[in-house]
Design a protein. Sequence first.
Length: 452
Amino acid sequence: MHKVYNKPPHNIELEQALLACILLEGGKETMPLCVESDIHQDVFYSTKHQLIWNALLSLYKEGVEPLNEIFLTEQLNKTNELDQAGGDVYFIELTNRIDTHIGIQHYIDQVREHYLGRQIIRAGTRLIESVYDGVDGQELVRKAEKEVFGLTRKTVVSLNPIGPSVTRVIEAINGARVNRQGAISGVRTGLYSLDRVTGGFRPGQLIVAAAGPKEGKSSLMLRCVDNTALPEEGEPGGVLIFSMEMQTDELTERLIAYRGYINLEHIKEGFTNQDAELVKAAHEVEAAPIWINDTNLDVFKLRTMARRHMSQHPNTKLICVDYLGLFERTSRKQEERDRYEEATRECKKMAQELNVPVLLLAQLNRAGRKEGQRPHGYDIKFGSGAEADADKVILIYTKKDGSKQVIVDFQRNGTKGDIDVDWTDYCTRFDDKGQSPASLAAKQPEQTEVDL
């Protein structure tokens, strides 16, 4: 005999306890934990609790402290949802359910478990409907795989030290590790000619660096990462990277190739005739104070994670975000332009709050710009936010002959400038003009035989 289930999985008491933890503690520690654990409106089964969560989240975004019954009541009054959320009497009832917020992780885990159960039911229902709709068998299998992947993808995100990633990359090509010296100390790009124009990246600044697809924006970021975390002189500074385009291992491959002037394709294919360079570059990258998150995030969750990271690693000198177009929406109805503008605005706030430069990568529109044509700041997709919020806008220009130029298109307190650079394609590396291995080799005088 089959069981009959009338209601989807849920537990009202656990939801109440989770919300009570936030109200009891005031949200300072509990709200960041909830955001990082991907708590959102739909995680709650009760409509009351969905409204309460949304109100608490709005207050948290506005920086209201502490999150308590008084501010919660005011917020719900503003949206005319106080009665639907149970009223202030219900909020007092919530806080009386538990004595301490210490068990919040348990409540988060359990509430998410019930939410996952509801999602599985919905996914199963959609698949059953597809069967009855006569969907092709192979298409149905692909649809099932997509549904399962959507349920199993990472939701609780973390920041990973780069060391283990180096190990995985080197094991994949039977290599080993050691050390290679970097370039300039401080929060600089490592391109001396560019640093002379910009004065370096200063705490609190938002720097937007943009290029067309596969034209070097991630490579410019890695130049900055290397210079900060692996300086030639002085103490290394930590770097936090939010990489929404490349996975951690791919980013690690790029950094190793960059440092050792190693052919990136050879690393990917598992062989190279540059073992010594590989060993040296890998060892130093492994020891570098670099943390990477490679999951897709909305800008609000990114700010929360960066804030927590900075409290644990105050020596972090640079935050990199790759890239602007990949931020998730912060609401279901958010328009694409609003998403871009919100992202640049929040990244600027993050730079100011944490007193650290934020390097935000962006993509240039190809539409309306011919190949080899000089780019401008307005070529950034939905670039009004970038131009309004950025302290510096840097563009990468690939000329018709394949050579590259770094353009300082805008500085809030500085001049514009065009900087010719060397580009080594096989390791995707920028160098000052005349300083790449190929340029230096070309400068060497030819050996001539001398009769004795």
